[in-house]
Design a protein. Structure first.
Length: 302
């Protein structure tokens, strides 16, 4: 990988990692589903009026919007608000690597390598360790929510693969049209009108900057950068770099939020990272410009 492309990959994973504690700052004053709804509304508007719709069945765009916006990010933000630390959330979401591999084997008859199975086993052992050390039912529930969001992310990967979409940026902009209304509806069903009545007063500078970071850096820039790399290099070359996301996520959570990682959790984190590395590892192929169908960043993914 050329140096400029490696630097882009590192910058993208840095943005995605830092996005977790930055999102937590927004969640201090805004309901998680309202915050997510605002994020995707701004990700779609006004760009949707200027960017041509992707040349695929529109049902794929709608399905991905619901899965990615509500099933993944809405649930992640709810899990963080419930009690999961942003650093650990940034790690657990990487389990979508193995869920995606499982869907590939089940739906597309892709053969799983022994290293992938071993990596999945190690990652699940690490996850079990994190769950066992969570204080209280709410924290455990939060971890399970993040696991659910990893499953949702993997389903999103299947939708992308089935659709054959090549205009990933356009795809993300148009898909972002569909999560806001169901996200706002979930917030209303859970808490009534309260999250909306207090929204204006809750939108302080910190919350506004958190939303802007999520929209324009974590969504627009990062997805453009990552999928640009996937057009130039095989997924097996790019995907292992996603291991930097939880490294930056945990590190930035400690710096920004003062997050503390206990020794048992740190051991579990290392086991999961090793599992991800084992599952993603394969002999590096020669970089190619032949163009690979863009997918998202987590193994057979993201």
């Amino acid at each position: 990988m050329q140096k400029k492309h490696l630097m882009l990959a590192i910058l993208v994973t840095l943005v995605w990692g830092v996005n977790f504690p930055i999102t937590k700052l927004g969640l201090r004053s805004i309901d998680p589903f309202v915050l997510t709804g605002i994020r995707f509304a701004l990700a779609a508007v006004p760009l949707v009026f200027f960017i041509k719709r992707p040349a695929i069945k529109f049902s794929y765009v709608v399905a991905y919007g619901f899965i990615f916006g509500l099933g993944m990010w809405g649930v992640i933000n709810y899990g963080i608000q419930v009690g999961v630390s942003p650093g650990i959330a940034s790690l657990i979401i990487q389990l979508s690597v193995f869920f995606t591999m499982g869907w590939g084997a089940l739906l597309f008859k892709e053969k799983l390598r022994g290293a992938q199975l071993l990596g999945a086993l190690l990652a699940m052992l690490g996850l079990a360790g994190i769950i066992s050390t969570q204080p209280g039912e709410h924290a455990i529930f939060g971890v399970l929510l993040i696991v659910f969001s990893a499953v949702a992310w993997s389903i999103g990967n299947v939708i992308i693969k089935k659709s054959g979409v090549k205009e990933i940026f356009s795809f993300m902009v148009w898909a972002s049209l569909f999560p806001p209304i169901p996200l706002f509806l979930v917030a209303w069903l859970m808490h009534g009108t309260a999250p909306f009545e207090t929204l204006q007063g809750s939108l302080d500078l910190t919350a506004a900057l958190s939303i802007l970071f999520q929209v324009y850096l974590a969504t627009h820039f990062a997805y453009w950068g990552w999928n640009s790399l996937l057009k130039l290099y095989p997924v097996s070359t790019v995907a292992p770099l996603s291991l930097l996301i939880p490294v930056f996520g945990i590190g930035s959570s400690m710096l920004i939020l003062g997050e503390q990682i206990s020794t048992p959790n740190m051991i579990s984190i290392l086991i999961i990272i090793v599992g991800l590395a084992v599952g993603l590892y394969r002999k590096m192929p020669t970089p190619s410009t032949s163009g690979l169908r863009p997918v998202e960043p987590s193994g057979a993914k993201k």
